[in-house]
Design a protein around this ligand. Structure first.
Ligand SMILES: Cc1cc2nc3c(=O)[nH]c(=O)nc-3n(C[C@H](O)[C@H](O)[C@H](O)COP(=O)(O)OP(=O)(O)OC[C@H]3O[C@@H](n4cnc5c(N)ncnc54)[C@H](O)[C@@H]3O)c2cc1C
Length: 465
């Protein structure tokens, strides 16, 4: 007799793993199918020639309390590592050099990053009370709040770093919901942020949540998290199995994977939008079309390992590059300055990002050409003059979902289609935010919705037993 499953989760990135774990903990019969031969999706740590390399994301933000809680549950509490204190400085490239991001009044006043006029526009942000329209682009929003220069240099660099996106095409409320909310609440980002952060720290204190600041990883890298989650799932985790399609049959969903078919009462699609579109093509063409139309930014990551420390690289987090500076790299992180143990003793590890929505052709370049772009940019901006001992290039043709103009309306249509597909749920980093913590949050929230939807029949089954 075939196994009776409550839920099949498709995709073993951090969203799918978190979702499956919570459902399993609730006593539901769960199976997770992951196409790749390792769990984690974008989150992957590899040891390459004595360097501990984060192939995808490098850091986890302190504000993701739920990730820390899950990490504790998975026995990773002791392995949590904050960035080194010296890694506090962030840099932005402008006029052929990198400059420290101002972090206080004096550094703001003396920073060469912005002109005096731009600093005045920024400083008077709280006095320009204005609320935007939901159709605003990120560019509209940041120009309104900060003025054109700071919008290009500061917000533009941030957008390159988080979205690898085009500020004119991203939707302000979808891509920057927190900042958007501040403006909606108070007519100013600065005025709106003060009560929010005050309330948030009071709520965290009341809930007994450890106050954390900054950025984190695990001693063996972020990959420790999906590895531990897959282990905790045990036989419910099935790697190396790609789901080809799903369809609704009566009260169940049938999932076709690896040449076999399996039924469950609910399905959670925790795969990137293009993969979700493909899996859903036969089940709901409209839903598949909506998800398939979400653009994805292409990004190449060039990892450069040096056995000797590079004096040209300052202590700090790394630098971001606003568009319009004549520099092709989107930014370069300094992983060996962020965390101990990322390079052999006395060495350095850097990670350069190239591509994005404004430079999709970069991914067609070969490894040598991509490494040359990052090395040339490092030479121009920092004076680095050394051949790397290790080069590893990763290409992500669909790296970051773009929450573009019209995304909120699209997601409303998606929600409507889901109502016509009872038992079908979505999770992933195109729903609540594109970062790691929001991907996990989406997995956890989807687990709650899925459980609630299954609850009546689960209770009935328990009553019967
Ligand atoms: C280069 C890069 C750097 C990043 N840096 C950061 C950072 O520093 N900080 C941060 O917070 N975030 C960062 N992010 C974002 C972060 O990695 C993602 O938000 C997060 O990992 C997304 O998780 P997910 O589970 O939603 O999706 P994914 O990680 O994409 O996982 C989806 C999984 O589904 C599987 N799958 C796909 N199709 C099928 C199928 N048909 N059947 C079965 N399985 C399937 C895939 O193999 C994959 O494992 C970065 C992303 C990239 C690409």
């Amino acid at each position: 007799m075939s196994e009776q499953l409550d839920v099949i989760v498709v995709g073993g990135g951090v969203a799918g793993l978190s979702c499956a774990l919570r459902l399993q903990q609730a006593g539901l019969a769960v199976r997770l199918f992951e196409a790749a031969d390792r769990p984690g999706g974008n989150v992957a740590t590899q040891r390459i020639d004595d360097f501990l390399v984060e192939l995808g994301p490098h850091t986890l933000m302190a504000s993701g309390d739920w990730v820390f809680q899950l990490a504790e549950e998975l026995g990773l509490g002791e392995a949590l590592t904050a960035t080194r204190p010296q890694a506090g400085d962030r840099f932005i490239a402008r006029d052929g050099a990198i400059h420290t991001m101002p972090s206080g009044l004096w550094s703001f006043l003396t920073s060469p990053l912005l002109s005096l006029g731009s600093k005045l526009t920024l400083a008077t942000e709280p006095f320009r009370i204005k609320r935007g329209e939901p159709t605003d682009s990120a560019e509209d929003f940041f120009v309104r709040r900060f003025g054109a220069e700071a919008a290009r240099v500061l917000a533009g660099a941030f957008i390159s770093g988080v979205y690898a996106g085009d500020p004119a095409k991203l939707s302000a409320p979808a891509a920057f919901p927190l900042f958007w909310g501040f403006e909606q609440a108070a007519g100013s980002m600065i005025l709106g942020s003060v009560p929010y952060y005050r309330r948030r720290s009071a709520e965290r204190a009341a809930a007994g949540i450890t106050p954390r600041q900054g950025l984190f990883s695990f001693s063996e890298g972020l990959g420790a998290f999906p590895t531990a989650a897959a282990e905790a799932l045990g036989s419910a985790y099935q790697g190396g199995t790609s789901v080809e399609r799903i369809e609704r049959s009566g009260q169940h969903w049938t999932v076709h994977a690896g040449g076999a078919s399996l039924q469950a009462r609910a399905v959670v699609l925790a795969v990137p939008p293009p993969a979700a579109a493909s899996v859903l093509a036969g089940a709901d063409q409209e839903l598949s079309g909506e998800l398939g139309d979400i653009p994805m930014a292409p990004v190449a990551v060039v990892h450069l390992g040096f056995r000797e420390r590079q004096a040209a690289i300052p202590e700090g987090f790394g630098f971001l590059v606003p568009r319009g500076e004549g520099i092709r790299s989107l930014g370069v992180l300094f992983p060996s300055r962020l965390f101990d143990g990322r390079a052999p003793a006395g060495g350095d590890l850097l990670a350069g990002f190239v591509g994005g929505m404004k430079d999709p052709g970069a991914l067609d370049l070969d490894d040598d050409a991509l490494a040359a772009i990052v090395l040339d940019d490092l030479a121009d901006l920092t004076g680095l003059d050394a051949e790397p001992d290790m080069v590893r290039v990763m290409r992500y043709s669909q790296a970051i979902p773009q929450l573009v103009l019209g995304h909120p309306d699209r997601m409303e249509r998606v929600t409507q289609r889901l109502e016509d597909n009872p038992g079908l749920f979505l999770a992933g980093n195109y729903l609540l935010g594109v970062g790691l913590k929001d991907a996990v949050r989406s997995g956890l929230e989807t687990a709650v919705s899925c459980r609630a939807w299954l609850a009546p029949s689960t209770d009935a089954a328990q009553d019967a037993s």
